[in-house]
Design a protein. Sequence first.
Length: 367
Amino acid sequence: MLLISRVFLLLLLAIPANASTEPFKLGTFEYEGRELLGVVLRDQHVIDLVIANTSMERHKPLWVKLPMPIDMTELIGRYEIGLRDRIHAIVDAVVFTIGSSNELSYVYDLSELHIFPPVKPKVILSAALNYREHMTEMTTGLAAEMSDAKAVDAAPQSMDHFWEREASDTRQNPYLFNKPASIVIGDGDPILLKPKREQIDWECEFAIVIGQPASHLPLEEARQHIFGYTMMNDVGDREGRGDNRYGSDWLVWKGSDTFAPLGPFIVPAEFVENPHTLDIQFRLSGELMQDANTELMQHSVDELVQFVSNNIILKPGDVIATGTPGGVGYARTPPVFMEPGDVAECSVEGIGTLTNPVMRWEDVMPR
């Protein structure tokens, strides 16, 4: 056994830092009443990061002692300061045991865990009308009549101090709004429909997770501040406040409890070669409602990060959802909305599928 351990250690040390050949995702989970940070392999197996690191430090004398983070925000903030290489080394050590007779006690089957939102962001921003098809469907036809929306093709006003573009660029400026951090729910958690609110709609969105703090970034540096990617269902109440006296009421439309399903995991940016070539789909109870690709975004992930960084200081774990493609229920004829008993599924290529049942508020929450 000692000889095997020494050989295993030598093989491990021979692997160059940051050279994992096995892609992984990161998530936050509950197991037997305990919250844990997990490394997800092959969408089936979860490494308990803290226990795995403790075990390997104990059995591998050459490993430098490195305390593990207590939550995903800390992990993100420390990822480039030693944690990246350590997580890669753990993955490289564990991946060879999966499916073998040497399965490790700190590697769980995903089905055994409850999935929490992968991160608890302090800031959640969502880009509105960032796909041309969605821009069109929301400003023409029945949807425009219902919401009194105006055409969006007016000559854009320059905001050169917020983001960089050529003089010939006629795109509208990015448009983002806040969602309260307290409304975030995870994979498997129910989207709750409150009484007398009957126009609850979906918006499947590819989302950016910020890595290093960012303020007033030049465009070419924006990507360096992205830790990874996840997805969000930007749930909204199309009926809203019932009047338009004050314009958009984002609290009612987009900020209600459970209106921000997030996850299920975060894919580190190193495993996403091009964030602008990913298929994105939404299914409502199995029926395909949205089917597009992130290449259709009006503003790139780089432009959105730059734009936001010129307004607020972005910090590790902050989330920027990049907008939804066409196919929302509000713009259909007749409109389609989520109802109790439905299942909402948001999928992004390479990221995963975020699944949430739809339920009545009064059936779940205490009176």
